[in-house]
Write a protein that binds this ligand. Structure first.
Ligand code: AHR
Length: 482
């Protein structure tokens, strides 16, 4: 059984069902999404490992090997054809050609579902998906429900990381013309208690945390790595509900009347579907989407509670799937091999974003051990190479800037992806591995004076020194310290 089977039993069937990680019906056996690769511009549908099962991410990995891929289509599993594709220029322009929005990098949001590798939809600012010509989605004041499973650690305050019902014109047509889930820490309209992020409803010209704009303290900040977010609405009644997508039930943060401002009662829903943007194609927000649906009819709390139980049973996890090897998903520590430094490991510094080598032993603190542990990821710019995500700072990757290594948050941009992608080769000294920068192929990860750089064998920077270059660029891939 999938979430949409549960909604159907509750009398509020899915009219759109989107996921890059799994089937949302027990009987679904079609494609989940489509990717396009940079090398030759060809596309491929990514399907399931089995009927009603999980995404065949390995098919994506092999199609995208040696190049990079973007997600071009997120298919609607409901049979209504409500697919999501690149959001085109609206009132606001996006950064892509023609003022359209960017498409998401297909490997930027790795995840484990039911023990299987999968990828979410990583929305960096400027990225967005939309369908302005839908079938079966609520219009006017018709009742509907929706949920989404999101990365609760990836958000910002920009407008508006939404999933749900919006204008068919990609412009702001007035109060009540949207009804979508919002996730982030925008305080421009409404907000909840604490510092955010909050699950709110985007009803157009306002992110609502409760009955009216401003503070509604019943809507708490949430901090789950995997967040279930729910918005539903019917005649003069709407609700915000949410929970931890890994365990436990849902809480109701608001359920009551429509905002007491003209335009919201009755609503004027238009029935387009947006992901990662606002109704007018505002596109400065960030977030990550794994799955979500929209229903016809106002689902009961009991139906949603059963959907939440289905979600928690999936076992969404960001944990590594192995240890000690350079396979994506594995957790490793990277040990220096130069005679000076064989007790030293690549680690990030807590005080700043610098990346250094320092000794780690079994007596080191838990924080030091975690700072020296990395999750191997498919290369953000080339999936036949690798990226290294911090074990204790999710979403932050080893990247070079001015040839020095830093730990920075992935901003989704293609420069960041290049700066964070390294191709493993056998170690220059004959020991272990060397890691070649994908955008500066003469340069490899190197320690010099206990700082980590990308360095060529002889060059203009001090760290390009040929002395011990081969040893300084050779690393052992070890079991992770944490
Ligand atoms: O309601 C918040 C935002 O305001 C909407 O998403 C957008 O259409 C408008 O700019």
């Amino acid at each position: 059984q999938g979430p949409c089977d549960i909604y159907a039993s509750g009398g509020t069937p899915c009219v759109a069902a989107h996921s890059t990680t799994r089937a949302l019906y027990g009987s679904y056996n079609g494609a989940l999404y489509q990717v396009k690769r940079a090398s030759d511009g060809t596309t491929k549908d990514i399907g399931l490992l089995s009927t009603g099962g999980y995404a065949d991410a390995a098919a994506q990995d092999s199609f995208c090997a040696g190049t990079s891929c973007v997600i071009t289509v997120i298919y609607d599993q409901s049979g209504n054809g409500n697919n999501l594709t690149q959001a085109l220029k609206g009132y606001w322009s996006g950064p892509a050609a023609g003022g359209n929005d960017n498409l998401a990098n297909a490997v930027e949001a790795p995840v484990t579902v039911g023990g299987h590798e999968a990828y979410g939809v990583y929305i960096a600012p400027g990225t967005g998906y939309r369908n302005n010509n839908t079938k079966g989605i609520a219009t006017g004041d018709q009742p509907e429900g929706m949920y989404a499973v999101l990365d609760g650690s990836h958000y910002n305050g920009g407008c508006c990381f939404d999933y749900g019902n919006a204008e068919t014109s990609s412009t702001d047509t007035g109060n009540g013309h949207m009804e979508a889930i919002y996730f982030g820490n925008s305080t421009g309209w409404g907000y909840g208690s604490g510092k955010g992020p909050w699950v709110m409803a985007d009803l157009e010209n306002g992110l609502f945390s409760g009955v009216n704009r401003g503070l509604n303290s019943g809507d708490p900040s949430v901090s789950n790595r995997f967040q279930t977010a729910i918005v539903k609405g019917t005649a003069n009644l709407w609700s915000i509900r949410a929970g931890n997508a890994q365990s436990g039930g849902l809480s109701t943060y608001y359920s009551g009347a429509r905002p007491n401002v003209s335009g919201y009662n009755p609503m004027h829903k238009e029935g387009a579907i947006i992901l990662g943007i606002g109704g007018d194609n505002s596109n400065s927000s960030a977030g990550t989407f794994y799955e979500g649906v929209m229903t016809s009819g106002y689902p009961s709390d009991a139906t949603e509670n059963a959907v939440q139980a289905n979600i928690t049973a999936v076992g969404y996890s960001s944990a590594a799937t192995g240890t000690g090897s350079l396979t994506p998903g594995s957790r490793v520590s990277l040990q220096a091999t130069t005679a000076c430094c064989t007790s030293d490991y690549i680690r990030h510094d807590d005080a700043d974003s610098k990346v250094v080598i320092s000794p780690i032993t079994s007596a080191s603190s838990a924080v030091d051990k975690a700072d020296a542990s990395w999750i191997v990821r498919a290369g953000l710019a080339d999936t036949s190479c690798l990226s290294f995500e911090s074990a204790n700072n999710p979403g932050q990757f080893l990247r070079h800037s001015n040839f020095e290594l830093y730990l920075n948050t992935d901003n989704g941009g293609s420069s960041f992806a290049q700066d964070a992608t390294f191709c493993p080769t056998s170690g220059h000294s004959g020991q272990g591995f060397s890691f070649q920068s994908v955008n500066y192929p003469t340069k490899y990860l190197r320690h010099y004076n206990y700082t980590v750089y990308i360095a060529a064998n002889g060059g203009s920077n001090s760290w390009d020194s040929s002395t011990s270059w081969a040893a300084d660029t050779s690393w052992l891939v070890d079991q992770p310290w944490s």
